[in-house]
Ligand binder design. Sequence first.
Ligand code: C2E
Ligand code: MG
Ligand code: MG
Ligand code: MG
Length: 290
Amino acid sequence: SAPKHLKNSYHYYSDTTSGLLRKELILTKDIASAIENEQLEVYFQPIYKAHTNRIAVVEALVRWNHPTLGLLTPADFLQLAEDTGEIIKIGEWVMESTCRSLAEWHQKNLNIKAAVNVSAMQFYAEDLPTTFFNIAQKYSIDPKWIEIEITESVLLIEEEIPESLERLKEFGFGIVLDDFGTGYNSLKVLKDMKPEKIKVDRSFVDKVLEDERSKTITTSIIGMAKMLSIEVVAEGVETKGQKDFLLELECDFFQGFLFSQPVSEENVTKLLIREQEVLDSKENVLNRRK
Ligand code: C2E
Ligand code: MG
Ligand code: MG
Ligand code: MG
């Protein structure tokens, strides 16, 4: 076998460049069978209504439980899924899985909405609105319970507002503009797309207390949304200070690690049941006082 110092240098090398390359090769080989091998899982991150402090929506965020590489997040495989076209199947699978969970929650009288992310390639694939509508119908979910999150990059491909967007609205899906403020044309997109909600990107929320410019921009975005009757979600709220500042600006919804990480379906159910129990016990206290 090789002398010790050579073995070490080999290991050092394999952890860097060729290690990454190997990972990439494994993922490329495995992504097409990830669904049939039941390796994908939808996590959900709760979005809280500011005034009631209750969960209003849960955002579906896909995960890949890879047998040798462990739990992967979209940063590890979303680009690959787009490049290989697998994102189409994955997107439909995420929608189906979300509808199945939603049906279970609604059956338990846990009446929340779910948000599903859609990337540009999915958006321009063969008849996304009908596909999504059919999936919702299969689980008897009215599309009004589902929000479609798109980023402005989805819309910049064409000059005109795409027909898919209108058709999603006609079916009754909610339209949410994700990562607001990070694109090249945010105001034009806001004007043409007429979303019901925008999500202020984490990069603004992140610095809202330390950086005067982020503070001013965030204040303006929320003020402008109010004037357009568009609801605002703050993404990536991590500290109580950020939350208090955003609450003062009358931000409508909060999402971030301060409130909850993305969690499994089972844990969402637990969170929702606990929330309901707290509410019920408060009601009992009030009734006893009567
Ligand atoms: P996004 O739609 O902006 O989702 C929010 C991301 O921010 C999630 O990352 C979430 O875990 C993370 N996040 C939430 N709160 C905090 C916080 O307080 N601090 C920090 N540091 N991060 C926070 P995730 O799950 O890794 O997803 C990344 C992106 O991948 C998503 O960004 C979305 O654009 C995309 N994505 C996720 N699932 C899907 C999917 O099913 N389909 C498509 N097309 N894209 C997806
Ligand atoms: Mg999103
Ligand atoms: Mg976002
Ligand atoms: Mg984001």
